[in-house]
Design a protein around this ligand. Structure first.
Ligand code: 5AD
Length: 465
């Protein structure tokens, strides 16, 4: 029985893809190795969104090649995911010891290709072709990784992105937007809930565009395509219709989703928060910049005002909603004045947390060729200044929880200290507490006793008294 080790870089979509590949391989008789050195096959699931992520995966592969040559001559090494897709056979040309390059629409072929490589039937395989319906192939789960039930699961609802933000490589690595059908997604969610899952996060590169381009168009004759398309009904977008359908599942306690796009964040979605109790008070809404001039250069499709308007409506619907964002500093042409508008937006919105990225030139994207690229030193300095502001606001927000009672869903032992348990509030804050395995999967009321850096500490016993 061959064993496989998968190392994942990048976003939650990548984590989900790796899980689906691992589950597929287990079904086909592979075992999951505990480390790279113990594995017959090592796969790196890669990210291309910034240069640093690519460099990490390239250096990692160089190390693997070095040790494999010396200690494990028969080990199969492969790249999969976004960098595999965007660089293709170039990866093997640069590192001839790599055996497999598997693109983002080919994850479901992993077992077949690895079988061929392990049997010596083929020496190298590169497959980065587009494949119709590949969006519906990310469906297998590894629920019992450590023989314990998973409480929270991720479900991939779509692939690709058609927004073409000028900084972003995703449309080139993930392809055109393609959505799975509502019944297909609901069936997967139902199955998960029947296996003990309490919380589902619906995943896609741009979930607010879900279903807007129909389903699996490439394979359907024209007439059928029209029937398969989910139209907006009663003012509800296909994504909100999906949320409603998932909400119906009995036994499911919480629904999350990531990532939406402000452009598609319409009133029907804001209203869904007020209407659907399982949809928790949490939104990750990438803003990228606070300057209208930069937003336009980025091709984001909204203004600062429109973004602030969405936040206002969300807070009106759910005053306790946790709001996080992504911000890029040092986009080409960003002036000190533009940057200060981003700082002021962060202060105005009071994000619970923000993920800040220094702009990174990605090949073949329009922004890579724009004039006035911002020097690294300035990007670093802006990154630092914004981080200070975001952390200060975050600290205040987290401190405000101390003394409050809040509901958490217990996920399992804390990674940092397995003697403690960890759960999550509805507004997506991690709470660590002295608990036991029997709490896993429970919705528990805790009193927050202390706030750390983007972590809360709670005490269920106080509430039980
Ligand atoms: N440079 C820096 N950050 C980027 N992101 C996407 N492309 C780039 C780039 N070229 C960031 C965006 C996005 C997050 C996932 O990564 O903020 O929301």
């Amino acid at each position: 029985m061959p064993s496989v080790f998968i190392k994942t870089y990048g976003c939650q979509m990548n984590e989900r893809d790796s899980e689906a590949v691992a589950a597929q391989l287990v079904t086909k008789g592979y075992s999951l190795a505990k480390s790279e050195s113990a594995a017959d096959v090592v796969l790196l699931n890669t990210c291309s969104v910034r240069d640093l992520a690519e460099q990490k995966a390239i250096n990692k592969m160089k190390n693997l090649v070095g040790t494999a040559k010396k200690d494990r001559p028969n080990q199969i090494l492969g790249y999969m995911g976004c960098m595999a897709q965007s660089r293709g056979k170039e990866l093997i040309e640069k590192l001839p010891d790599v055996d497999l390059v598997l693109g983002t629409q080919k994850f479901h072929r992993a077992a077949e290709y690895l079988d061929e490589l392990l049997a010596g039937k083929r020496e190298k395989i590169v497959d980065v072709e587009a494949e119709a319906k590949s969006e519906a192939t990310i469906r297998e789960h590894l629920l019992n990784g450590s023989a314990k039930t998973s409480v929270s699961a991720f479900v991939s609802i779509m692939q690709g992105c058609n927004q073409y933000c000028t900084f972003c490589i995703v449309p080139y690595t993930r392809g055109e937007e393609r959505s799975r059908s509502i019944p297909d997604i609901v069936a997967e969610c139902r199955q998960l809930v029947s296996q003990g899952v309490k919380e589902i996060t619906l995943l896609g590169q741009i979930v607010t565009s879900y279903g807007k381009r129909g389903f699996g168009r490439a394979e359907l004759p024209l007439g059928q395509d029209a029937q398969q398309r989910v139209p907006t009904t009663d003012g509800k977008s296909p994504f909100v219709q999906l949320l409603e359908a998932v909400h119906e599942i009995r036994g499911l306690e919480r629904i999350r989703f990531t990532a939406p796009h402000p452009k598609g964040y319409d009133d029907d979605l804001v209203e869904a928060y007020a209407r659907l109790p399982k949809l928790v008070e949490s939104a990750h809404l990438p803003v990228q910049s606070g300057s209208d001039r930069v937003l336009k250069l980025m091709h984001r499709g909204y203004t600062r005002d429109r973004f602030l308007g969405i936040i206002k409506k969300l807070r009106r619907a759910k005053p306790d909603i946790g709001i996080t964002t992504d911000i890029i500093v040092g986009f080409p042409g960003e002036t000190e004045d533009d940057f200060e508008q981003t700082l002021s937006l962060a202060r105005e919105v009071q994000f619970d947390n923000a993920y800040i990225f220094k702009y990174s030139q990605r090949r073949d994207t329009p922004a890579a060729g724009m004039p006035d690229q911002v020097p690294l030193k300035i990007r670093e300095e802006r990154n630092h200044r914004l981080l200070e502001t975001v952390n200060e606001i975050g600290k205040r927000k987290y401190d405000a929880f101390v003394g409050r009672r809040t509901q958490i869903l217990v996920e399992g032992p804390s990674k940092k200290n397995p003697a403690r348990m960890t759960g999550r509030t509805r507004c997506n804050k991690i709470v660590v507490f002295e608990g036991a395995e029997r709490h896993r999967g429970q919705l528990l009321d805790v009193k927050i006793t202390r706030a750390g850096s983007f972590t809360l500490y709670g005490d269920p016993a106080i509430v039980n008294l």
